[in-house]
Design a protein. Sequence first.
Length: 296
Amino acid sequence: MLVRKTWQTTRRALTLTAIAAFVTGGAFLSAGTASAATTLVSNSCTGSVTGQMGDQVAIDGASVKTLVTNGANNAGTLAIGSWAGDSIAKNHSILVGQVPNSAGGEASGAAIGKAVRTALANSGTWGLGLDWNKTLNSVESTVAKGCGLTLLAANYVAPSTPTQPNAGGTQGSTGTAPGGASGNLSNLNAGTAGGTGGSAPMRDYSGIPTATAGTAVAPGVRYPANGILPGDASAPQAGAGDQSGQGADIRDAGNAQSLASNSASNDVQLPMLLAVIVLAGVTAGLVRTWVLRRAS
């Protein structure tokens, strides 16, 4: 009888212990789940928010109250902007994004405008005027233009860069680098300052122009004393000579004609005589004028 009572007491204690353990474990699990879903609430819809990767990001409705008011008043739907602004300001947590699994990201103005539109539509305010959809469109556009958040992950660690393999062979060997260039590798001594012990391909000088046989020109030919290069098309060329011994391409400058007669080179024709007479007359007139001025 005593053994039965002792067993019943022990079984009851074990049952209570199991129930307590289950409740406690469930509490721990609930606490863990709650702590994982962290929400960061920003008091402004612009600027930056720093958190842990995966954190939810929200804005306080009061930060967009003025934008909502202006958007509703400008909708042209007889909306009461102050009522819409007061309604959104009562919403202290409007989800707009999440901290990314990288160094940073953003909650764009378009995303914030869409979130505010949804929150305002669900508020049931009487300030949206006669055409709710048009008013909400105006509010969303106004908020999108005035907002934008930068999201930074404080616990992000950049991955390490793997070492690049040697191109064309092992360290110190000769190979062919991509593109057909020489693959000679020079080692970076790890014992020297700045040395890493890695390897880098030699510089490729194949693209530098070089002088080849038959293309080089002597300085005397490139810059001749008479200023004319051999084969220059602008230089006079030897052609069939005329009776005077000049080439066919060499002509007298101008178009002058002799005043002498064709029969005798020493004869003076009438135009020459007239020129001499006119010159003498002009000279006489100038002398007379000069003499009279001196006499007076």
